[in-house]
Design a protein around this ligand. Sequence first.
Ligand SMILES: *[C@@H]1O[C@H](CO)[C@@H](O)[C@H](O)[C@H]1NC(C)=O
Ligand SMILES: *[C@@H]1O[C@H](CO)[C@@H](O)[C@H](O)[C@H]1NC(C)=O
Length: 258
Amino acid sequence: MLTRLVASFLLLGAVQASANCDAIPTSLWCSNKDIESQCGFTELCNKHRAASHNQKINITVLIEALCPDCQNFLTKQLYPVVFKNFADYVNIELVPFGNAKIQEDGTIKCQHGEEECSINKFEGCFIDSMADQSPLPTLACIEESLQKKVEFADAVQQCFEKLQIGGDIQRLTQSCLVSKLGADLQTKAAATTNNVWPEQHKFVPWIVINGVSLTSLQAFQNQLPTLLCEWYSGDKAIPFCEAALKLKYKNASVRHFF
Ligand SMILES: *[C@@H]1O[C@H](CO)[C@@H](O)[C@H](O)[C@H]1NC(C)=O
Ligand SMILES: *[C@@H]1O[C@H](CO)[C@@H](O)[C@H](O)[C@H]1NC(C)=O
């Protein structure tokens, strides 16, 4: 009797585990050791962790200077939400080319005209001149001014001043603009844009995460904090994610067992 009871418990356990495994959302496969071992994910999950633990998440953003959605994304999401809360956990790469096209004669045609081409080029030069400093705060400042119809030259001057961009960086950017480097950087940005994998960009802004470009991912452009909290794995949790969880706990009706 007892053995039959134990046996049926074991059977139940096994049936339940395998039934659940097939239906567990793939993003949860490596979220818990019991799931991993019961469902046979352990080896792959360990491999994934070895490659990603304590590694920053790369966010590549395809943009163009005068597209309103790009401006909104930069000024309302990428800089104030992602950069400010996740700077230590992400690498943000901006690729200013977007839907521009290199024509047969080698010139570039931009979606929003000549001015966009010259601002794209400026942004490419500025990004390059900043080297290992993030260009994002300055470019978000400039794009915000452009949204408010401030003249480009004035926007640059005001934002350089506001963000204390030194004379050396300003000179580097200027000399890039008038030299072959400026054009080369646009050619490089075009190649990066056109070679995203496995799915080509269909609109801008367009995000690529750790080298993966998917149309389905674009639906989450404004939910990057949720995704980053889920994807990042490190010795220490991201403070923003911990705080969000704590706030959630505090507000929720928590079950008290004891
Ligand atoms: C992120 O980008 C850096 C620099 O390009 C690269 O070395 C690293 O392998 C990338 N990480 C991932 C997970 O793609
Ligand atoms: C928790 O409650 C506070 C105050 O009632 C509210 O401002 C906040 O938005 C809530 N947070 C969440 C995550 O529900």
